[in-house]
Design a protein around this ligand. Structure first.
Ligand code: SAH
Length: 248
């Protein structure tokens, strides 16, 4: 039997936001591979082997998924949100590129990427429509890039008046980066700019709070938070935050 690999996004948390396509791939899988909190979201059942790994071992995890698929298994490698957004899809293609050097047969493996609802879209929907005009997404983790590049992109995005979604804003390992990012944004955008902190969106721990940059504090974000910085046009209408479709 030929194996296959699906790289699937589980969405932000709620079961109702797992796409039918992903649910079907999981129902047919023999193996699920991923970071342990995400693998834990896939219920145990007979015939399914769950391979949970620690964070920051993306390439090992991707290689394991490729090896299992090459051995004839139907493998689903899972990410939260969308697998192409700061997640496993790129890691799998990187691992495939490396694997082809010693295992050219891997070039024939059927590999599919199954999209999911990414955190910024789930968060934006909860707040209203803060990403309703041009926007960009920046990962604040400096695990895979230098901090200087993060600052350069933040400044460029703020100067170009994009709304900005910040992923991985703050971890215990690097608490100071997000404080520096807020300082930079306050300098560029001023204190009145709206910022939405969206934590654990669509889970029972969800918390959504919109404040001005002047009132934003680094402690308002953690690793389960996505932060949406408004553009200069982003505003409130009753309880909703939105960015108008037109700009001048
Ligand atoms: N592939 C994921 C992102 C992985 S990076 C996606 O598409 O959503 C991990 C970061 O995503 C977290 O630090 C946080 O910034 C954000 N995130 C993931 N799930 C979230 C949720 N339910 N609520 C708020 N932010 C979330």
């Amino acid at each position: 039997m030929t194996g296959a690999l699906a790289i699937a996004g589980l969405g932000p948390g709620a079961e109702a936001l797992v796409t039918p396509e992903v649910a079907e791939a999981l129902a047919e899988a023999t193996d699920v591979v991923g970071y342990f909190p995400y693998v834990a979201r896939v219920p145990e059942r007979p015939g399914l082997t769950r391979h949970a790994s620690d964070n920051r071992v993306e390439l090992d995890r991707a290689r394991l998924a490729l090896d299992l698929a090459a051995a004839g298994r139907r493998v689903v490698i899972v990410s939260s949100g969308d697998p192409g957004v700061f997640a496993m899809a790129s890691a799998v293609f990187e691992a495939l590129e490396a694997a082809l050097e010693d295992a050219p047969d891997y070039g024939h493996l059927p590999i599919r990427v199954l999209p999911g609802i990414t955190a910024m879209l789930a968060a934006a929907a909860r707040a209203g429509a803060p990403l309703g005009h041009d926007f960009c997404a920046i990962n604040l983790s400096d695990n895979l890039k230098p901090w200087a590049l993060i600052e350069r992109r933040l400044r460029a995005a703020a100067e170009a008046d994009f709304a900005i979604a910040l992923y991985n804003p703050r971890s215990k390992a690097r608490p100071e980066g997000f404080a520096r990012a807020l300082d930079l944004l306050r300098e560029t955008c001023g204190p009145e700019r709206l910022v939405t902190f969206a934590r654990a969106v669509t889970t029972p721990e969800e918390r959504i709070e919109t404040v001005t940059l002047g009132a934003a504090r680094p402690e308002m974000a953690d690793m389960r938070t996505v932060v949406l910085i408004g553009s200069s046009a982003t505003r409130r209408v009753v309880g909703h935050v939105y960015t108008p479709r037109q700009a001048s």
